[in-house]
Every structure is written in C-alpha cells, then in structure tokens.
Design a protein around this ligand. Structure first.
Ligand SMILES: NC(=O)c1ccc[n+]([C@@H]2O[C@H](COP(=O)([O-])OP(=O)(O)OC[C@H]3O[C@@H](n4cnc5c(N)ncnc54)[C@H](O)[C@@H]3O)[C@@H](O)[C@H]2O)c1
Length: 247
C-alpha cells in the first residue's frame, strides 16, 4: 500500500513538529516545511519517511515546489503562523499586513497549491490551524484575531468550492496550548495557574492534543466532516461564566 503524504507548514517547531511525529507514527510520508530550513531539517532527520522542505507559505512558487518535491499531497496542514502583539491603536500597518499575509494569505496560497494537485488525484484533506482567538478576541492580539477569524471563513469557503473534488477542508481552533509560540508566556507560573483554572478540564493543552485532532481530521474516520472548526481547548470557549457562578 502506498503511504499517504502529509505536508505540514511551519513544522519546524511547536505544534507542527509534534504533528510531524504523530503523522510518522500513523504511517504518513511527511513534508516538514518551514521558512527556517535548519528547523525543518532537525525535525525531519529524527523521523522515518520525512523530507525537509524550506519555503515560505507566502510564496506560491515555494508551495508548488513543496508539493512537487513531496511527490504529491494527500493532506495539507496549514499550521505556519505568527503573532505580533500590540494594542490596535498603536498597531503598525506593516505588522498588521505581515500577520495577515502569513496567517491568512499564506494559508490560501498553500491550500491552492495542494488543491490543484488533489483535484486531479482523487481528493484529499486540508486542515487549517486557526485559534480560539478567531472566536474570542483577546487584548493586544488584533491582527492575529482578524487573520484567524478570516481563516475560518476561508475554511468554509474552500469546503463548499472543493468538496466536489473530494477535498475536505476543516479548521482547528487550539485554546491555551503549553508549547510553541506560547511557551514564553506559560513560563510564568502565575499565568499558568490562572489560565489552567479558567479551563473546565483544569489544565493547559499540549501540542499533542492539537496534533491528535489534526490526525483525526486527516483520517477516514472524519470522512463526512467538511467545513467545521474543531475547538481543541478543554472547553474554555464556553467558560465565560465559570468564574461568576450563580450563588
Ligand atoms: N501555541 C499556541 O498557544 C497556539 C494556540 C492557538 C493557535 N496556534 C496556532 O498554531 C500554529 C502553530 O503555532 P506554534 O505555537 O507551534 O508556533 P511556533 O512559533 O512554535 O512555530 C511556527 C513555525 O512556523 C514557521 N513559520 C513562520 N512563518 C512562516 C512562513 N511564512 N512560512 C513557513 N513557515 C513559517 C516558523 O519558522 C516556526 O517554525 C500557528 O498557526 C498558531 O497561530 C498556536
């Protein structure tokens, strides 16, 4: 049986690297793509059936080359993302454009490159890593919130346009994840404690929690799921009144 091919953007660190390891266990051939070539190589070297791919999701030629070098793609995980924090009143337009470019336009460019291959090869699955910030804004995250909300809209749009090609497109909205870009934040014990207490399941999430959800949305077990956003957040998006119980 031929191995299915999973291309993961931003796979040189955090959630993407954890997913690459999970995908290797699940029997995929993995394209470990990252703008940071060294990181991509570090991750790929440790895995069976993984190839390191240097490239920027904002660049259509890079994405087309990544699909070619992997020898095709059955699953794309749009995971590359960046965060720039600032109150909106002071947010530099350049930073705003950069966040939109990587987190939203980059996901579109990568998805288009993958879908062009998938439509001629029996379909596939695309998974967009959004954030609970797409559903709930948080202080100083303006551009990130806008881009991640846009990514959910893009997921829905792609799901209706590409379903007829056998391509399923879904999003994941991770919550408070103890890893990746949030690692410096959760190094602070007080932040960890407050955030953990706000989660109905009583703990922060892990990069593997997110990776497991992506493996599910990539698999045949989710064959009829298309256009949804799966929160992987321990229930925190429903917890606004948890701290204010009705006495
Ligand atoms: N960690 C969290 O708390 C959290 C929570 C919600 C959502 N997310 C989302 O999960 C995804 C992964 O986050 P993470 O925490 O693992 O981040 P991370 O910073 O640890 O890793 C992101 C990787 O993306 C790469 N990258 C950045 N720009 C790129 C580009 N233009 N082209 C290709 N690669 C690029 C970086 O080099 C890096 O290796 C992001 O989309 C992020 O927004 C993370």
């Amino acid at each position: 049986m031929t191995r299915r091919k999973m291309l993961i953007t931003g796979a040189g660190a955090g959630i993407g690297a954890a997913l690459a390891a999970r995908a290797a266990d699940a029997g995929y051939t993995i394209g470990v793509m990252d703008a940071d070539e060294l990181r991509a190589r570090d991750v790929a070297e440790k895995l069976d059936n993984a190839v390191a791919l240097a490239g920027d999701v904002r660049d259509a030629a890079d994405m087309a080359a990544a699909v070619r070098r992997l020898g095709g793609v059955d699953v794309l995980v749009n995971n590359a993302g960046i965060l720039r924090t600032s109150p909106l009143i002071d947010h530099s337009p350049d930073d705003f454009r950069l966040v939109m470019d990587v987190n939203l336009t980059g996901a579109f460019i990568a998805a288009q490159a993958a879908a062009r291959h998938m439509q001629d090869h029996g379909g596939g699955a695309i998974i967009n890593i959004s954030s609970i910030n797409a559903l709930h804004p948080s202080p100083n995250c303006g551009a990130y919130v806008a881009a991640k909300a846009g990514l959910i809209g893009l997921t829905q749009q792609m799901s209706i346009e590409w379903g007829r090609f056998g391509i399923r497109v879904n999003a994941i909205a991770p919550g408070f994840i103890d890893g990746g870009m949030s690692s410096p934040y959760y190094a602070n014990a007080k932040v960890r404690e407050r955030r953990s207490a706000a989660v109905p399941l009583g703990r922060l999430g892990t990069v593997d929690d997110v990776a497991d959800a992506a493996i599910f949305l990539a698999s045949e077990q989710s064959a009829y799921i298309n256009g949804v956003t799966l929160a992987v957040d321990g229930g925190v998006i429903n917890s606004v009144l948890l701290q204010l119980p009705r006495e």
